[in-house]
Design a protein around this ligand. Structure first.
Ligand SMILES: N[C@@H](CCC(=O)N[C@@H](CS)C(=O)NCC(=O)O)C(=O)O
Length: 223
């Protein structure tokens, strides 16, 4: 079947959740194609890519000819386009409010702190980077404390089945070695990450991106 989805991605970056969800959706018969962006040649800032994503970042998902960016927006779009996969509670369902709250928290607290921690010296003045990273670490730690509490006595962040907030959270938890250790020293977070990583789609994702640990090390070296 011809695929209407093309994901512009780079291994072990913010595109990981989008890639994982697309692999997950293959079990519902939804195909996709991939376009790997080379960070080493700064392809994310090339004129051709900037026409798709003016922010010069990954991920970008093309739906037909229409690009959307931001991993949280991509995840929600995929969940809404494929309700049969059960990746989000529907409008009006009991869990919908908690689901939106968790999605927004990931989007406006966890992910920006992660960006600040990784890119402090690049996004801002390198002389200020240490202070920015210190604050980002505190915010990440507080975010994982909160998510750990939310997971108490539960298998997934919202309701009894995995939704996109679980895919987004687990993807970012493993982004770097340091961050993975920070997140997974909390019992509920650790068992949740391990549970999500037992999904066949995770094993397939790791196989396709060429292994997990070596990529984590690559990122750690860059910071
Ligand atoms: N808010 C965006 C952030 C995307 C982002 O920061 N992507 C990074 C990779 S982790 C990127 O493309 N970096 C390349 C650059 O900034 O030049 C999202 O969550 O999708």
């Amino acid at each position: 079947m011809a695929s209407e989805y093309t994901l512009y991605y780079a291994p072990n970056t913010a595109s990981l959740s989008s890639h994982w969800l697309l692999v997950e959706l293959e079990s519902c018969g939804v195909p996709h194609t991939l376009h790997r962006i080379s960070f080493s040649s700064n392809e994310q800032k090339s004129p051709a890519y900037l026409t798709l994503n003016p922010k010069g970042r990954v991920p970008t998902l093309l739906i037909g000819d229409s690009p959307i960016t931001e991993q949280v927006a991509i995840a929600l779009t995929l969940a809404e386009r494929h309700p049969e996969a059960g990746l989000a509670p529907g409008v009006g369902e009991a869990q919908r409010g908690k689901f939106i709250e968790t999605l927004v928290y990931i989007a406006n607290t966890l992910l920006p702190a992660m960006r600040d921690w990784v890119y402090a010296a690049k996004d801002g003045n390198p002389a200020d980077a240490e202070g920015v990273r210190r604050l980002a670490k505190t915010r990440l730690s507080q975010a994982w404390d909160l998510l750990d509490k939310q997971l108490a006595g539960k298998e997934y962040l919202v309701g009894d089945v995995p939704t996109i907030v679980d895919f987004l959270g687990v993807a970012v938890a493993g982004w770097t070695k340091w961050h993975q250790e920070l997140a997974m020293c909390r019992h509920n977070v650790r068992t949740w990450v391990e549970r999500m990583r037992r999904r066949p789609s995770w094993a397939e994702l790791v196989r396709r991106v060429g292994g997990w640990e070596p990529l984590v090390t690559v990122w750690e070296d860059k910071i």
